[in-house]
Design a protein around this ligand. Structure first.
Ligand code: SF4
Ligand code: SF4
Length: 145
């Protein structure tokens, strides 16, 4: 089983088409929508947890791209400024996926980007503002409130 959390940006011409449903129907993939936003008269954005056979996964992603959807690893949208991280651990209490966790060997706080679901809960929690979202992703989240 191959699985990845993806960040999709839909051009406004594709926003109302069921392209994501076709991933299940035509490519045998399963998905969970973790976050979605459609801007009025503009593009749409979605965070999708997509799983399936690796070959089908690649075909499904190619299909999305062929429809004009921009596809990125969602984890690329979240970063940590290591210069500002004090390893205080506050974020580990809020992170739902264990992407931020305590390493009991040395009590450090590693950031496992592959586990990140881009929920952004760590951003307001971090006292030093070390956790950041890309401007495009932050805009989509902000507009959903
Ligand atoms: S809350 Fe911020 S400063 Fe503290 S460990 Fe997490 S990322 Fe680092
Ligand atoms: S965005 Fe969410 S899943 Fe990712 S590191 Fe922050 S709290 Fe964890």
């Amino acid at each position: 089983m191959y699985s990845k959390i993806l960040f999709l940006r839909f051009p406004k011409t594709e926003v109302r088409k069921p392209v994501v449903c076709e991933l299940a129907r035509d490519f045998n993939l399963t998905f969970t929508i973790l976050h979605a936003t459609v801007f009025p008269r503009r593009e749409g954005m979605m965070v999708l947890d997509l799983s399936g056979n690796e070959k089908d996964f690649k075909k499904g992603v190619k299909y999305l791209k062929d429809q004009g959807v921009k596809v990125k690893d969602a984890a690329q949208e979240i970063s940590r400024d290591e210069k500002h991280c004090t390893q205080c651990g506050a974020c580990t209490a809020i992170c739902p996926t264990g992407a931020l966790s305590v390493d009991r060997n040395d009590m450090s706080i590693p950031f496992d980007i592959e586990k990140c679901s881009v929920c952004q809960l760590c951003i307001p929690t971090c006292p030093t503002r070390a956790m950041k979202a890309s401007s495009v992703f932050a805009e989509s989240f902000f507009n959903d409130k």
